[in-house]
Design a protein around this ligand. Structure first.
Ligand code: NAG
Ligand code: NAG
Length: 173
């Protein structure tokens, strides 16, 4: 009898604490699952690739195609989004190069739907050296979600498989 009650009690305790844990997990994961940012970034064109005359370092002038729907990142508590596009590549000189190329502050759900077929880099892509020709590039779209109250959080999506031209080019019209 004692054993039975003891077991029943143990079972009930286990069930209640499991349920409480599941509720906590559900509430926690809801924070992350509530948004579904959709992003696509591609390299539309390499307008120019040349060594900068003064320094000799390679510089690339790029144009991107950006389409994104970040509106689901907005909740009642979202003040604004800070989005930026970063290029990363490896060279014999630096294992990792990260260059921020473009950014935007988004203050409403409406502005969070981006359809930009041809965006030039806003910030310069200058290498430390002459390593940009035939260089593989990754493009990463980042977003910081800045709440009215509480902690800022970050997300990103990387697109890989881009490559700069084999030779210096000037394709700018
Ligand atoms: C992303 O954009 C590229 C270039 O425009 C296109 O080929 C590709 O299908 C797009 N991918 C998605 C998931 O929309
Ligand atoms: C580019 O992305 C691929 C796949 O995500 C990764 O394996 C590679 O290390 C990245 N390269 C750079 C330079 O970030």
């Amino acid at each position: 009898m004692h054993t039975f009650l003891f077991r029943l009690n143990a079972l009930a305790t286990f069930a209640i604490s499991t349920l409480a844990a599941l509720c906590a997990v559900a509430a926690f994961t809801d924070v992350f699952h509530a948004s579904n940012p959709v992003v696509n970034v591609s390299l539309a064109r390499v307008e120019r690739l040349h060594p900068v005359p003064s320094s000799g370092n390679d510089e690339a002038f790029l144009a991107f195609k950006i389409s994104a729907d970040l509106s689901s990142l907005f909740s009642w508590n979202t003040k604004q989004l800070f989005v930026w596009l970063d290029a990363s590549y490896e060279t014999p000189r630096n294992v990792e190069n990260h260059v921020s190329l473009w950014d935007r502050i988004i203050t409403s759900r409406e502005e969070a739907v981006l359809s930009l077929p041809y965006v030039r880099n806003k910030y310069k892509l200058v290498d430390q050296g002459n390593y940009l020709r035939n260089r593989a590039l990754n493009l990463t779209m980042h977003w910081n979600v800045m709440p009215s109250t509480g902690a800022l959080w970050h997300g990103s999506k990387t697109f890989s498989g881009f490559r700069l031209p084999k030779r210096y080019t000037n394709d700018r019209n």
